[in-house]
Ligand binder design. Sequence first.
Ligand SMILES: Cc1cc2nc3c(=O)[nH]c(=O)nc-3n(C[C@H](O)[C@H](O)[C@H](O)COP(=O)(O)O)c2cc1C
Length: 339
Amino acid sequence: MSGLIQPKQDAWDGGPRPLFLAPMSGVTDLPYRLLAKECGADVTITEFTNSTALTREAATSWRRMETHASEVPFIPQIFGGDPGDMATAAEMLAPTADIIDLNFGCPAPKVTNICAGAALMGEPDRLVNMVESIVERVDVPVTAKMRLGTGKGANNATDICQRLEQVGAQRLCIHGRTLRQRYSGEADWTSIREAVQAVDVPVVANGDVVDAASASACLKHTGASGLMVGRGAIGRPTVFSDIKVGLGWMELDALPWVARHEDWHGLNEVEQSFAARKWCWDRYIALSEATVGIQGKWMQRHAIAFTKGLPGAKRVRTLMHEQDTDKAMANAISTFLAR
Ligand SMILES: Cc1cc2nc3c(=O)[nH]c(=O)nc-3n(C[C@H](O)[C@H](O)[C@H](O)COP(=O)(O)O)c2cc1C
């Protein structure tokens, strides 16, 4: 097993387990992943990227595969329905990747229509053969992220996990919903536990973890070797430190947005939200400038997410439209959060 992948852990005893920022298309760009790490995420993964586009050297797809020296481990995630293109893309990524993650969870029709993403859960032999050939062709660890099944017939995540372990996948992540469910209903942690108990490789639990209480409940229920947070981390990268502080894995005073305020405990909840989000926003912009430059589209999406739920947030779109440049937009959001 790779040194970058911790071995499977037993039933949860309350101690720290790695927290993963879920790969999210349109959300987890490079500066956001670096920010999430500064906010307590232990592992980050790129947005999923089409393996066929990578083999054709598509510039926009390769753009999503950018990393930075401080992103360790660097884990690009790829999807595709063509096993040859998946293996070729993995080979192209292997020289820069620490780990390669394969997507068997995406429910979007444009992905499932090419028998990729979660549709492959309905073609288990094809899925397993695909993983096996990638493991054979690259010398970096290969991991996979999947759903419980397609939702047609019995769920097969446990069976697929056992088969993937046999062909050399080194870590598995399960989102506790089926393809048919997409994002509806509650994540089924009991089915994740079944898979955790059936294999010797680490399994990461994903679905509906949004704070310390749900993180603790999910670890107790599943015994998973790590937790992955998706929607709970959109606009709220501090969810990782919230979990760590809430579970006693780190001290509140160690958080940079807390440490910079002499009287953090004298601030009310809204003031604390503004202060934490301002710190995060300024870091997002600084990390963008230090890596890929400020990307207008990415920044605008994050601005909406970072300010969601705060008093006055309705003005944010107008505020952005009033600015002439990306930098002016970044500054306007920073000023809004500085209230
Ligand atoms: C906007 C968005 C984009 C997503 N993109 C990806 C992706 O690129 N790759 C992937 O494996 N999962 C993707 N997912 C699924 C998440 O990684 C995660 O499995 C799912 O949101 C369930 O976790 P949660 O309940 O913590 O949100 C995406 C989810 C959302 C909401």
